[in-house]
Design a protein around this ligand. Structure first.
Ligand code: PEP
Ligand code: MN
Length: 369
């Protein structure tokens, strides 16, 4: 179902920018030289239209670097004049909004932590009443699509029509290869519910590591997302925040040369896009399934060790019956066939038993989870 966000002029403001929209810049503003030198390197590439800078940084722990604050807005003014780049900063409070707008910042962005908090979003929306400045809305920390949409709606109701979303991944419960889990299927759902809404990707916060940024950026382009927001620092090793995931302007330049940009002008784009989007949803879900199977197996191993150390290993028929019954019931409620779930569980269970049997050194005991 297509829902209507009142964002009709959106296509105009976004279409007036280069496609796909490329945004780059340091995680945080540290010093005038750092901001201006990084901006120069970015502008020189000739493909980036917007400089991103975190002026006020939301940090998990107090006492860590929180951005240079108000004075950095003056550095951004200089950057605009010298390089012609547009500027975007993160706003989290009405005071940020007021100061950023007064300093002539072109685009505002709402960070993941703020999107997660409807009280803050409402205050920002009120501060923006009557000012139709473009706003990028990052996804909330947790994979809650309604919360993401809710933030867009609150802004929209305050009269903001120039909106775009940014997929920056979701907080992982377990340590994974990536800093934040990309749930492409959520971004795709958002796109199908609001076809007018441009969706960008922030590969830096998904990757968490500079070396993984290109692969995530390519994935976003393959999905026909509308742009990228990339963290770039003149000297990432010295960065005061997110040092591991920032790349240099030179690395950005070579990454952009290697990325494959899909042509938006293929006559069959719609058809190809839909198929591609469905395939990408499946890919993303399969990856998450395998990740979960790996997590499950690690717990099975832990149980194996535990049983071995306590010498309490027996095949627990009751437990297995409970597992089967509860999972089959759960599957049925979701419209899945009983045999499908049973076969799948038997496979998973068989492998778990094998793993525990290995751990128990193939003694005479069989165990179940
Ligand atoms: C950032 O862009 O530097 C940032 C803090 O991002 P997020 O809100 O996505 O964590
Ligand atoms: Mn950052």
């Amino acid at each position: 179902m297509i829902e209507i966000l009142n964002i009709t002029p959106i296509t105009e403001w976004f279409a007036s920018l280069k496609q796909p929209l490329l945004i780059a810049g340091p995680c945080s503003a540290e010093s005038e030289e750092q901001v201006i030198e990084t901006a120069r390197g970015i502008a020189k590439i000739g493909k980036i239209q917007v400089l991103r800078v975190g002026v006020w940084k939301p940090r998990s722990r107090p006492g860590t670097f929180e951005g240079a604050g108000d004075e950095a807005l003056q550095w951004l003014k200089k950057v605009k004049v010298e390089t012609g780049l547009l500027t975007t900063v993160e706003v989290a409070t009405p005071l940020h909004v007021e100061k950023a707008i007064a300093a002539g910042v072109d685009i505002l962005w709402i960070g993941a932590r703020t999107t997660s908090n409807p009280f803050s979003v409402e205050q920002i929306a009120q501060a923006l009443k009557g000012i139709d400045i473009p706003i990028l809305v990052k996804n909330p920390v947790n994979p809650d699509l309604e919360l993401w949409i809710g933030t867009l709606e609150r802004l929209n109701r305050a009269g903001i029509t120039k909106l775009a979303a940014v997929h920056r991944g979701f907080y992982p419960y377990e340590r994974t290869r990536l800093r934040n889990i990309p749930k492409w299927e959520l971004a795709i759902d958002l796109k199908s519910r609001f076809p007018n809404l441009p969706i960008l990707c922030d590969p830096s916060h998904i990757a968490g590591l500079a070396s993984l940024v290109p692969e995530i950026a390519q994935k976003a382009l393959n999905l026909s997302l509308d742009g990228l927001m990339i963290e770039v620092h003149r000297n990432p090793t010295l960065a005061l925040s997110d040092a591991k995931q920032q790349i240099t302007p030179a690395q950005l330049d070579s990454m952009l040369k290697e990325l494959v940009f899909r042509s938006p002008s293929s006559p069959n784009t719609d058809f190809v896009d839909i198929l591609e989007q469905l395939r990408n949803k499946i890919d993303s879900i399969d990856q998450q399934m395998i990740d979960l199977l790996a997590q499950r197996m690690r717990i099975v191993e832990e149980m194996g060790e535990y049983k071995k150390n306590n010498d309490v290993s027996v095949f627990q028929m009751r437990r297995w019956e409970d597992i089967l019954k509860s999972r089959i019931d759960f599957g049925k409620r979701l419209g899945l066939d009983e045999d499908y779930i049973k076969n799948l569980l038997q496979l998973v269970h068989k492998e778990s038993i094998k793993k525990q049997a290995d751990i128990l050194n193939r003694k005479d005991k069989l165990s179940t989870e």
